[in-house]
Each structure stands twice: as structure tokens, then as C-alpha cells.
Design a protein around this ligand. Sequence first.
Ligand SMILES: *Cc1c(COP(=O)(O)O)cnc(C)c1O
Length: 402
Amino acid sequence: MTKTEEIAALFNQNVMSTYCPGRALVKGSGTRVWDADGNVYLDFAAGIAVLNTGHSHPVVVEAIRAQAGKLMHVSNLYYTENQARLAHKLGEIIPGAKSFFCNSGAEANEGMVKLARLWGSEEGRYEVICMRNSFHGRTLATAAATGQDKVKKGFEPMPAGFVHADFNDLESVKALVNDKTVAVMLEAVQGEGGVVPADAEFIAGIRALCDEKNLLMLFDEVQCGMGRTGNWFGFQMFGVEPDAFTLAKALGSGFPIGAVVAGKKLNELFKPGHHASTFGGNPLACAAALATIKVIEDEELVIAAAEKGALIREGLEQFVEKYEHVTAVRGAGLMLGMVLDQPAKPLVDKMAEIGLLTLATAENVVRMLPPLNLKDNEIEEALEIMDDCLAEMHGVEQEEEA
Ligand SMILES: *Cc1c(COP(=O)(O)O)cnc(C)c1O
């Protein structure tokens, strides 16, 4: 029995089978991870857009170590400096914003929806217009907000108050507005939906619609935030200001933390008793997030995401030219999708075998979300693995390079 098989047996006996893991990973550094049997991989999945600073960045590790030895947790019945500093930092990125902290993306989205409902409550407005193919989480309300039937099936009845328009189709959004509508909620780049970026006109149209009808514009930045798209936040690609947005995944470099960040219209609305979280914003999580932001700033990783993203994209565009079954490349910064004319999973599995971890998304999309500080030679290496696996998939003999 290999070490991986040993871990898998223990795991499968005792953990509910909500996932179907293959490898057992035991160590990570930068863009590389190692499995229990000593195999090494380039990690272009990065914990699903969590490890924007790479695996175990020394600055993040040290911040967590130091804080763990000082004060890990106190309840939110006390002031803690790290939470204040983190909220101040997020407020600097978006002027005037105030934050609420929680522990995950779904929880952040629930909090944002509660905030929107509270805002609309006096007028009896509660309905949120969401997008088809969106993903907002797995709690009941965020599954209801999600625009994919597969996350709802078997769990009905879904909580009321969510309706769905077509992404990038402004008319379909307008058609859903009624006297119960309180907000429009969307991702700047749909991640789980297949790495589909919003159109600039669509986003501008939503902002104008929200202004005209007095609706809130809410962004789910859980996956595309924190520098991923080559901007601090995905909505900044379009030059719009949302009324609130959520963060989670990359905010703590792997330490669980989520946030609702709200602008002027909403930031004074929550009063004591309205909303809470035991762990939310505790000193340890906030130390991880502060260190994460420091690394992104000091190492200029927002610009890096744009530059490295362009490099990978160039390589992927060549595959569209070269390989019949690669039909398109889309995304923003280091949030990239290579679209196939067939299921992506066999290719993703094959690449993993050779040493490149990616994600199969929306059936036929190979999704890539590498650390923002990956190196040029790691990009070359990854593109070579992709090239080899695509050649094999197409039954082409690769010429050996001299
Ligand atoms: C992952 C994700 C979520 C859910 O985050 P969890 O931390 O898993 O609850 C919500 N929205 C988007 C866009 C995501 O990618």
C-alpha cells in the first residue's frame, strides 16, 4: 500500500464523500506541491483561487505563527486591533468602505444578502436578481442565489427571494425588476460558471439600472478578488463602484476568512443584534489577511497577475491555433479558462499525472488559477505539459526539441 492509498482508505472510511479527491497532498511551497508519495506538481489550481500568495508564503507563515503565540481568539464582544487594521486596509482600497468579517465565501454572501434585505425592509423589498451559471456558495440561501440547478437538486424548497437573469444580457435583468427587487448580485468573472468575464457594457448597464431604480449593485468577489484579475477587485476592470462586495478565498492565503465590504449606502446599517459570527475577524484570521495584503502590495502581485496572465494567455492562444479541440481562451489576469469542444476532465487528469494541477469546470473548460507570484520558468513548464497532453489527446506525435 502506498502512503496515498493508506490516507485515502482512512479518509473514505470516515469523511463524507462530498468530494472525490485523487491525490494526498502533504507539502507546498510557492507554486509547487508534493504528494504523500513524493511526487511534485505545479499547482495551477492554488486551492481554487485561495493561494494568491503561493503555498506557505514566509511572510504569511510568520504572521500566523507570531499571532498564534500571542492571542488566537477572543469574541467580538471585545475590540481587537488586527480586525480594525484589516477593515482600514480594505477601506483604503475602496474609499469610505466598512467591513464585516466571517469565515467563508458563502457566509460572506449570506451576510451581504442580509444587509441588502435590511436596507430594503422598510419598503418591503427583498428580491435579489442573480445570474444564470453564477456560483455563490452552498448554504441554503447562497445555493438559492446560485444560478445552477445542480447545487439545488434534492435540497428543495429553496429559500425565496432570488431570481435569475442571463449573464451579459441587460434586457433579461431589466425584465425581472419589480417592486420587490432590492439588488442585483453578480461576479465580475464567473468562476465556477466556466471562467466567463462580464461585458463592460453589461456592467455599465447594471450600474445605470441600479441607480435609476434605486437598487443595490452587489459583487461576489470571492473568487476573482484579491488581485486575481490583474486588479485588486474584478469590478475595477469596469470602473464601477458597487454598493457592497464580498471576499473570502484568497483573503487569508488559506487561513479561513470572509468579508462583506460595504460602501456609504450600507455601511452604517447593521446595528448590534442584526448579524454576528463567533470566529469572524478573529485576531489570527486577520493577521493572515493583513500579511496577505502586505505581500500582494510589497511584491506588486496585482500587476504581476496582469503580466503573467498575458504570458500564459499567449501560450494558450497558440493552442487554439494548433489544436482542433481547443476552441477558445477566456478570462482575466490569472483567472483563465481554456475551452474544449469536449469534457475537460480527461485532459485535466492527464496533466495532473504528468505534474500540472488544474481544474475541470463547467464540463468543457480547463480552469487555471495559479499563484500570482509564479515564475516565468513555471509558466513555460506548465505550457509544455499542456502542449504534450494536448498533442497526445489529438493523437499527434510531438517533435522532440533539440
Ligand atoms: C468559492 C466561491 C464561493 C463560496 O465560497 P466558500 O468559501 O466555499 O463558501 C462563493 N462565490 C464564489 C464566486 C466562489 O468562487
